[in-house]
Design a protein around this ligand. Structure first.
Ligand code: PLP
Length: 393
């Protein structure tokens, strides 16, 4: 009964889930405090107080049709508030009409790809990548084209991007701060990418859209800046959510923002709103839209994640693993001591360590650790990492 495509996708789907299941098994066997599970990017920090207060207020209010359908793009005042925030942070004159409220960044990404892609058009992604991109692109008849990053910095390589762009390239997905590396793309990298995209557009007479996936935008450390994407690329669409910045992944609230700098955006906006409706999302959750105007300036405490980054980084590098110290998101992406990262992650399970092979992110020879977990799990994992490392000395 199940389609061939889904059957095949299921078989290559998610190392992350597979490792999480492994963690569940271990927890039942050994107890939660004895299992060092770094598999899932599920934030463990509670949403900021202001979010909880806004939610209580919204639930108790008697606004008529509070739980009813609305315009498919979302509440006008919420769209305007999101736009005002973007305008303030980027200096780009974003208005409410450039915003569509969505069901998380995942929903938003599907809406954008549905709206842009003709069958067989190519979407470039940089490896390592968020694995769901492959399926999202495939959902809408596109072809994923994978371009490697420089493995010493995990910054995209402008020359490799240039070489990968063809007359069929419709879009390029950029994800910074990045999952799985935690790396934030520098302004200078983005400027170089922009030059390459422009020169290819001229050469082929095409228009390429930058889709910037930014759910980790507020989780950055060490004074690093996330360059506002609209200041670099005119033909840019931002996909964003409050899953990580406000710790609300289960509530499915996010948005799409279109750069007014690309000129007439009306057909694109109509398309995005139409796709939101016809993919069956209809509109982003009403209740969680209502809390946004008051919560947009808030964020989870990135300092708490920074502390965990430092703790885990010290533990794994102390044990002898090689790892770049990233400045964003809540992941570390370290080198596997053997080429077969899948085998390495299986060996880690012997020490109750649950980590995810780089292969799942299109980058074999590495492993990912999500450190959005209790500090004690990190501290207590030291011995296990040391024993794991010792196997390869
Ligand atoms: N994009 C990236 C890079 C992610 O890491 C995630 C979630 O982990 C998503 C998108 C999906 O986020 P959301 O929960 O807002 O759909």
């Amino acid at each position: 009964m199940v389609s061939e495509k889904i059957t095949s996708n299921l078989s290559r789907s998610s190392w992350i889930r597979a490792m999480f299941e492994e963690g569940e098994k271990l927890r039942k066997q050994y107890g939660a405090d004895k299992v060092y599970d770094f598999s899932l990017g599920n934030p463990d920090i509670e949403p900021p107080e202001i979010v909880k207060e806004a939610l209580k207020k919204a639930i108790l209010s008697d606004i008529p049709k509070m739980h009813g359908y609305m315009s498919n793009a979302g509440y006008p005042d919420v769209r305007a508030a999101v736009a005002a925030k973007l305008k303030k942070s980027s200096g780009v004159p974003v208005e409410g009409q450039h915003i569509v409220m969505e069901c998380g960044a995942g929903g938003a990404m599907n809406v954008v790809l549905k709206t842009l892609l003709n069958p067989g058009e190519e979407v470039i992604i940089f490896a390592p990548y968020f694995a769901e991109y492959l399926f999202y692109i495939d959902n809408h008849g596109g072809k994923a084209v994978i371009v490697d990053t420089d493995h010493s910095t995990f910054q995209p390589d402008p020359q490799k991007l240039y070489a990968a762009i063809t007359p069929k390239t419709k879009a390029i997905i950029i994800n910074s701060p990045n999952n799985p590396t935690g790396v934030v793309y520098s302004r200078s990298t983005l400027e170089k990418l922009s030059e390459k995209v422009s020169s290819r557009e001229k050469e082929f007479g095409t228009e390429i859209c930058i889709i910037s996936d930014e759910p980790y935008e507020k989780i950055v450390y060490d004074g690093v800046e996330v360059t506002p994407i609209f200041t670099i690329f005119n033909r840019a669409i931002m996909v964003n959510s409050f899953s990580k910045s406000l710790s609300l992944p289960g509530e499915r609230i996010g948005f799409i923002a279109v750069n007014p700098g690309m000129g007439d955006t009306s057909l694109l906006m109509d398309g995005l709103i139409f796709s939101t409706r016809t993919l069956g999302f209809v509109n982003a959750p009403a209740l969680f839209q209502r809390i946004l105007p008051e919560s947009l300036e808030a964020s989870v405490d990135a300092g708490a994640y920074k502390k965990r980054r430092d703790m885990l980084y010290d533990i794994i590098t102390g044990a002898g693993f090689k790892c770049l110290k990233p400045t964003g998101a809540f992941y570390l992406f370290a080198q596997s001591p053997i080429a077969d990262d899948v085998e390495f992650c299986k060996t880690a399970v012997k020490y109750n360590l649950v980590i995810v092979p780089g292969k799942g992110f299109g980058c074999s020879g590495f492993f990912r650790m999500a450190y959005c977990v209790d500090e004690n799990i990190i501290l207590n994992s030291k011995d296990a990492f040391e024993k794991l490392a010792a196997e390869y000395k």
